[in-house]
Design a protein around this ligand. Sequence first.
Ligand SMILES: [Zn+2]
Ligand SMILES: [Zn+2]
Length: 323
Amino acid sequence: MTAAQAEPSAPAVEPVSLGMELLADRVSLLVLRNIFRGSHRYQQFKDSLGVSHAVLTDRLRHLEAAGLIAPCQYSDRPPRFEYKLTPKGDAYWPVIVSLWRWEAIWIRDSTATLASVRHRECAKVILPWFGCTSCGEEVGLDSPLDVGVSNQTLFDSLSRTAHRYRRAGGPSLASFASTASDGVFTVLRDRWSGLIMLALVKGLTRFSEIQKHLGISPTLLSRRLDEMTALGVVEPVVVPGRAHRAFRMLDKGGDLRPALVLTHLWANEWSETGPRADMLLYHGDHQLQPAWFCDVCGMAIVRPSVDAEGIPDYDETRLAGLS
Ligand SMILES: [Zn+2]
Ligand SMILES: [Zn+2]
């Protein structure tokens, strides 16, 4: 498509926006998770998620427009569709793994019922670890990861993303910010949460810096950081003699780093403008080749080699309040 043919009113979505918007959209994430577990039909989503017809239809349209799922008709009378993952949707699987793993580690609520994952190659129930296939090393919170652009360029991109949020509002997303009582969504409450965590991971620690770079309202930033503090995701840092507020990420927040990293790389690869070389991630002196590794046999795992078992879905009826 040439520039003249391009829609002037539809500016390309930056990778940061594409990734962070999806990571904050819990109904869409739960739909994707259901499809990865083998549910493909509207009624299955409806029964499992307990959201209204309006919300579910809106999110299915959104996922289709974003190119992650494609409807295919399985019945003529009445016309009924099921939803299949496109290659772009299929490539999102490692992010879903990162959210599941975080919950497996950090959700202590005994009423929560999480699926366990069995690796077919070794036939064991596993808890995968995040690593790099180039060097075989684990990628933890302290591992050096750099993007080809300067921090300032990345922050500018975050800021434009934040600006889009303020202007556009986004479909149905206002409803996600109010109640969050389940799993990873206690932390990923809205689109700001991911941006705040990215800013912390990239070394912004002061309240005033984060506020300035993201252009988020001080009241909302304060509320999100207070919630993250209460959840043990971040902690306030006292700087002697200084009046400013500062925060640092704790392990519970750091364990969401794979989700941020994988979201960033997925969004870069599948951005409508095509991948940008300067948005690739470097692990020390080489390009990061991210993968989940089996903690029992050590193999890098791929989707066809694992089965979720235990329960089909955890208690998603708690989402009913969203509709
Ligand atoms: Zn490496
Ligand atoms: Zn294994």
